[in-house]
Ligand binder design. Structure first.
Ligand SMILES: NC(=O)C1=CN([C@@H]2O[C@H](COP(=O)(O)OP(=O)(O)OC[C@H]3O[C@@H](n4cnc5c(N)ncnc54)[C@H](OP(=O)(O)O)[C@@H]3O)[C@@H](O)[C@H]2O)C=CC1
Ligand SMILES: CC(=O)N[C@@H](CCC(=O)OP(=O)(O)O)C(=O)O
Length: 343
C-alpha cells in the first residue's frame, strides 16, 4: 500500500514535525508541500534537519496543489483550514492540525476564536473511550490542541471514575515556545524568553479551556469546569501540565492509581510511571508519548496529576499521524516513536 500524502504549512513547526515522522512511515509517499509567503523556497531552508527532503520546493497552498493525494494534512494557522478543506473532495482524507473543526458548539467558537464556526469533525484523540470507532474510516479528523491533549489525558481517569470533583479542575501547564508557531512575534524573541517564565491567557480566557471541558464532559457525572493557566518557559518544545482537583468522598491513593493503571494499561503511547518517579518533558521529546504520575495531597484533599508531552509530537504531528493510520486502516502505531531524545 502506498499512501500519497500532502502537507499544507510544511515550512511551519507542525508541518516540519509531520514530515520528520512521515519520512520514516513505511506506507507513505510524500507529495506536495505547501506554504504561505515562503512558497517558492526550498524546504531545507526552513527545516535543515529534514535532510532527504531538503531540496523539495514549497508550493502555494491551493486546492489545485493539494489535489491528487490520498491524505492531506493541514498545518495552517487557525481559520485557514476551513476554506481549503471545503475545496477538497470527500475521497481525500483530511487531517487538520488547526482548531477550525475541534469545537462542537458554535457559540463557544465565537466566544473564544471569533468569526463564523466552520462545524466540527471527529476529534483526533484516539485514547478517549469509544473514539477509535469514530476515527476508523473517517475522511475528516480535527487534531486536538496541544494543551487539551495532555490535560484531557491527565484528568480523564479521575473524572470518568468519579474520583474527583469535575466542577473544580485546575490545570497549570508550562510550554516550550514552539507551541506558539514559527511566525515572528515579539514575546517569543530570545531576549524575552531566555531566563524567564511568563503566564499568559490567565483567567479562563485561553481558547483551550473550552476544548478541555468539551473533552471531559461526556465522561463526567456533573458539569465540567476547568481553570486553565498556560505558562511560557525557555524551552524549544515540551509541555509539563500539573492538574489537580478536590477528591470525592472516599477516594484514596490506591483507587486513584488503579484508575490510571486500568485506563492506560493497553494504551501504547500513554505511560503511568512507577510510583515515586515524576514526569519530565525531556523523556518525551520527539516521542509520541505522554508520561503521567498521580499523587494525593492528603492535607488539602486534592488529587494531583502531573503529565509530560512533546507539544509537536503527541501534541500535534504524532497525534495527527496516529489519526491518519486509524482513518485509513493502517496499524495505529506505524511510524510513531516511543523513544524520546534525552538529555
Ligand atoms: N506548534 C504547536 O505546538 C501546535 C500547533 N498546532 C496547530 O498547527 C497549526 C500550525 O501551527 P505551527 O506549525 O505551530 O505554525 P507555524 O506558524 O510554525 O506554521 C504555519 C504554516 O502555515 C503557513 N501559512 C501561514 N499563513 C498562511 C496562509 N495564509 N496561507 C497558507 N499558508 C499559510 C506558513 O507558511 P509560511 O512559512 O510561508 O508563512 C507555515 O507553513 C496551527 O493551526 C496550530 O494551532 C496544534 C497543536 C500544537
Ligand atoms: C506556547 C503557545 O503559545 N502555545 C499555543 C498553543 C498551541 C496549540 O496547541 O495549538 P493550537 O493553536 O492548535 O490550539 C498557545 O497558547 O496559543
Amino acid at each position: 500500500m502506498s499512501v500519497k500524502v500532502a502537507v499544507a504549512g510544511a515550512s511551519g513547526y507542525a508541518g516540519g514535525e509531520l514530515l520528520r515522522l512521515l519520512s520514516s512511515h513505511p506506507e507513505v509517499e510524500i507529495g506536495a508541500l505547501t506554504a504561505g509567503g515562503n512558497a517558492g523556497t526550498a524546504l531545507g531552508v526552513h527545516h535543515p534537519h529534514l535532510v532527504p527532503l531538503a531540496g523539495r520546493i514549497l508550493v502555494e497552498t491551493t486546492a489545485e496543489n493539494l489535489a491528487g493525494h490520498d491524505v492531506v494534512f493541514l498545518a495552517l494557522p487557525h481559520g485557514q483550514s476551513a476554506g481549503i478543506a471545503e475545496q477538497l473532495g470527500e475521497d481525500v482524507t483530511v487531517i487538520d492540525c488547526g482548531a477550525d473543526f475541534r469545537l462542537t458548539e458554535a457559540e463557544v467558537w465565537v466566544e473564544f476564536y471569533g468569526g463564523e464556526h466552520a462545524g466540527s469533525w471527529p476529534y483526533g484523540l484516539p485514547e478517549l473511550p469509544g473514539q477509535r470507532d469514530k476515527l476508523r474510516g473517517s475522511n475528516r479528523v480535527a487534531v486536538p490542541g496541544c494543551y487539551p491533549t495532555v490535560s484531557t489525558l491527565a484528568l480523564l481517569p479521575a473524572v470518568q471514575h468519579g474520583l474527583v470533583d469535575p466542577t473544580q479542575l485546575v490545570v497549570v501547564a508550562v510550554s516550550g515556545t514552539s507551541g506558539a508557531g514559527k511566525a515572528p512575534k515579539t514575546h517569543l524573541l530570545g531576549a524575552e524568553v531566555m531566563g524567564s517564565a511568563s503566564a499568559y491567557g490567565v483567567g479562563g480566557v485561553h481558547r483551550h479551556t473550552p476544548e478541555i471541558e468539551q473533552n471531559l464532559t461526556p465522561y463526567a457525572e456533573q458539569p465540567v469546569s476547568v481553570s486553565f493557566t498556560p505558562v511560557l518557559v525557555p524551552m524549544a518544545r515540551g509541555i509539563l501540565a500539573t492538574c489537580s482537583a478536590p477528591i470525592a468522598d472516599g477516594t484514596d491513593l490506591a483507587a486513584l492509581r488503579q484508575a490510571y493503571e486500568d485506563a492506560y494499561r493497553n494504551e501504547p503511547f500513554i505511560h503511568l510511571l512507577p510510583e515515586g518517579q515524576w514526569p519530565q518533558t525531556q523523556a518525551t521529546l520527539g516521542a509520541n508519548t505522554v508520561q503521567l504520575q498521580v499523587a494525593l495531597d492528603q492535607r488539602t484533599g486534592r488529587a494531583v496529576i502531573v503529565a509530560a508531552m512533546d507539544n509537536l509530537t503527541k501534541g500535534t504531528a504524532g497525534g495527527a499521524v496516529q489519526c491518519m493510520n486509524l482513518a485509513i486502516g493502517l496499524d495505529e502505531a506505524l511510524a510513531l516513536p516511543l523513544v524520546g531524545v534525552a538529555p
